[in-house]
Design a protein around this ligand. Sequence first.
Ligand SMILES: C[S@@+](CC[C@H](N)C(=O)[O-])C[C@H]1O[C@@H](n2cnc3c(N)ncnc32)[C@H](O)[C@@H]1O
Length: 334
Amino acid sequence: MQDQPDFDPDDVDWERLEELRDGFLDGATGSYWRNAADVELYDTTFGRRIAWKWAAVLDELAARGFVAPGGRWLDWGAGSAIATREMLRRSAQSAVERVTLVDRSAPALEFARKALAKERPKLAIETKPEVDAEQGPFDLVLVSHVISELHPHDLGRLTSLLATARAFVWVESAARDGSRALSAVREQLLAQHDPIAPCAHREACGVLATGRERDWCHFFATPPPHVFTSREWGLFGRKLGVDLRSLPYSFLAMRSRADVRFPEQASRLLGRARVERASLRFQCCEASGIRDRRFLRRHDGKLFNQLSETRLAPKLVRWRFEGEEIVGVDERLA
Ligand SMILES: C[S@@+](CC[C@H](N)C(=O)[O-])C[C@H]1O[C@@H](n2cnc3c(N)ncnc32)[C@H](O)[C@@H]1O
């Protein structure tokens, strides 16, 4: 149980929250933040859910051995700076010199600066309405939940900026188009960067292969348990029609190329497994492309249960096969 509610549901302007949500879903090209209070409302509600996705991503990055570089960080499309705040919480050992928050919205920058300064009073923070590659290179670029709002020209400029970064982490909702656009960014950056995660390899992205047009790289995070028992999240779910159990996301983390070797025959599970009585069907990303896999309960009941539950399922594995059939996990890699 948590002592403090994440937010006071009696203080929430639910109509305004709905309007803001519709603004993001529409891929609004104008700014939807009217004032810093809007950003605060978002930060304590939708922003929390985004923070839980970042937590899942950062857990995976840690399992892949990634340590955030110190130096100059940039949060592009910062909103309430939730990405930077989550990343800083997990990067005690990184000597961060300066964080640049970029957002086209002045109220967002006003809120983001204050929220970040409150958590990190000694941190050097600068805010800007835009930035381009000449103002880099940045050691770490963070991008979160912005792809649906980007004009192709903005996406191109952001990709050029990422091309000069030492590392970047980009988290999105699991919308198919946004996720596939992120896969396309990966392809453009492979010449200078190595993928860190979620990829199991540095070959061409399997979801962009011919015949895989309906697939997309996405995952599900697990919200903290108090979400299912608290009054504020119960109301949030009902009023906004949000399924609290489901926290889908896509992400991409890359670092400047160092010819990192991926583990042999690594396989990254995508989405979640579909349970069909005594068998599971799921997709895996492998160096050879996207593979549609099946696992039978009779091979290993415990593994079957783990694979059926996203929270327990391994992320990156080397499977044990008998012929074409998966019969177990040879090694859990993350
Ligand atoms: C849905 S919010 C996400 C905010 C934050 N990154 C997060 O994950 O919570 C998208 C943010 O991107 C900003 N944004 C959208 N297009 C932009 C652009 N072309 N340049 C700078 N900021 C942009 C919006 O103003 C908004 O604050």
